[in-house]
Design a protein around this ligand. Structure first.
Ligand code: TYD
Ligand code: MG
Length: 457
């Protein structure tokens, strides 16, 4: 096989050069040239100049004649929560990228999925990080039948693809994409160009053979997937493992999914025998304290396609700093600043000389604006050192004018709260109309009104 031609492409402007240099000769940017494989057809050729005579044409597909993907064709991983995050199971021919901190359980999860997905065509677990003995030991510990699992310890992309083509598995795991390297490039494994090229070839393999591929990706200190951002564009789904340090619960979130809801959340518990799906996750994010504590408020958020109850905790305490601290864990720091400003302007709550800490219990991240009201209530409760009434939940978005805005799926959230034993809900007036859930719903139109209503009890 002829060696592929290597060119150096500028990350900023896309100009290509035969040699590496510190500065792009085209746009003048520094340190932007990256090694990549030149594709034979790019740029040159007659098609550019409007002469199509020598180029073979391709078939155009009429979408009306394409049979929609059969849902029953999805492969079940045997783990209900993983299937949920994937939108109902793995789609044949799709590529999923699974990212997460070291030791969070990526290899464990995929090994567990492996045995369920073996099916008639079998599955293949490619690892560049562990020896076959280590994988076999883990499989035994997980109570899986090692005879069902095929493992390949290899890091060369060419060997991996050739082996996979021979075995034609229905499911292929590459653990991890950062350890795989191709002969076509000279850079070291894990380099941006290597990761991108190897991923692109694996995506191509998946599409051509109908094999479902899962790539494990390392994350950087900042929590983003190591390697190029383009990796996220290339694959069909991107899943992230999240966890509170020290907690035994593991959350898998779909940040992108071409075959299901984005932001879907799967919850697992790490046990002595691997990851176990948690069917009723609402229960684990609530502290379960008999008497409510000051500064704590329960809210119903909606992650993906299901409601989830979480507890926000706030601590407001006098500060000795000239610039009091604003710390947000599990919610957006800017959102907290915005809420404090609205509370100040529209509800007369001043915390300018106080340190403010907000934390979402259980290590979960809440990105929804529906959490605004609960955060505001928790802040007020901490400031006044008065707990909120027992059995109260709250949700609603707060606008800059101090108004309370309705949120989607109000009824569903209330039903979840009622099901978890909550008796009263504080919510935007727009969400109160037509409530059928068995819970006392108190609607408010402004933040000031909502804050006052709990002050009065
Ligand atoms: P692992 O899957 O190796 O993590 P990753 O591939 O994301 O780096 O998970 C290893 C951790 O999980 C390790 O700290 C031990 C723990 N663990 C259990 O608690 N129970 C188990 O049954 C297994 C296999 C691992
Ligand atoms: Mg691992």
């Amino acid at each position: 096989m002829a060696k592929a031609k290597i060119i150096y492409t500028c990350r900023e402007c896309g100009a290509g050069f035969p040699k590496w240099s510190g500065q792009c000769g085209d746009c003048g940017a520094w340190n932007t040239l990256e090694e990549s494989v030149a594709s034979a057809s790019a740029g040159s050729g007659s098609s550019r100049r409007g002469n199509w005579a020598g180029t073979a044409s391709a078939e155009v597909v009429n979408l009306g004649e394409v049979r929609p993907e059969d849902a029953s064709k999805r492969l079940s991983s045997g783990l209900s929560e993983l299937d949920r995050v994937l939108g109902g199971g793995l789609v044949p021919g799709s590529v999923v990228l699974l990212g997460g901190d070291p030791g969070i359980g990526k290899s464990t999860l995929l090994l567990q999925a492996q045995s369920a997905l073996a099916g008639e065509r079998g599955s293949l677990y490619v690892t560049g990080e562990e020896s076959a003995a280590q994988v076999a030991m883990r499989a035994r510990r997980l109570g899986l039948d090692p005879a069902q699992l095929n493992c390949l310890t290899e890091t060369s992309l060419e060997v991996i693809l050739a082996t996979a083509a021979r075995h034609a598995p229905a499911f292929l795991v590459v653990d991890s994409i950062q350890t795989v390297w191709t002969e076509a490039l000279q850079s070291a494994p894990g380099a941006v160009a290597q990761v991108r090229e190897c991923a692109a070839r694996l995506v191509q393999f998946a599409k051509q053979t109908g094999c479902a591929v899962v790539l494990v990706g390392h994350v950087t200190k900042e929590g983003a997937l190591a390697g190029p951002r383009v990796l996220e564009h290339m694959v069909d789904a991107v899943l992230y493992f999240e966890s509170d340090s020290g907690s035994r619960y593991r959350l898998i979130r779909a940040v992108k999914n071409r075959f299901g809801a984005a932001n879907e959340l799967g919850v697992f518990a790490m046990t002595g025998t691997g990851l176990k799906p948690v069917a009723n996750p609402s229960a684990i994010f609530l502290s379960g304290a008999e008497t409510p504590a000051a500064g704590s408020c329960v809210l119903v958020t909606r992650e993906g396609t299901r409601p989830l109850m979480v507890e926000v905790q706030a601590l407001v305490a006098p500060s000795t700093l000239s610039n009091p601290r604003r710390v947000a864990v599990g919610i957006d720091q800017n959102r907290l600043a915005l809420l404090l400003a609205v509370m100040n302007r529209h509800a007369g709550i001043q915390v300018g000389d106080q340190d403010v800490f907000v934390n979402v219990a259980g290590g979960i991240r809440v990105g929804e604006t529906a959490s605004d009201l609960a955060i505001a209530l928790a802040l007020q409760s901490s400031l006044r050192e008065k707990p909120l009434p027992k059995g109260l939940v709250a949700f609603g978005e707060i606008g800059l004018a101090g108004e309370l805005r309705p949120v989607y799926n109000g009824e569903e959230r209330l039903r979840e709260a009622a099901g978890q034993g909550f008796t009263e809900a504080l919510l935007p007036e727009g969400n109160r109309k037509g409530v059928k859930a068995r819970i006392t719903a108190r609607g408010c139109t402004t933040l000031a009104q909502a804050l006052a209503s709990v002050r009065e009890g």
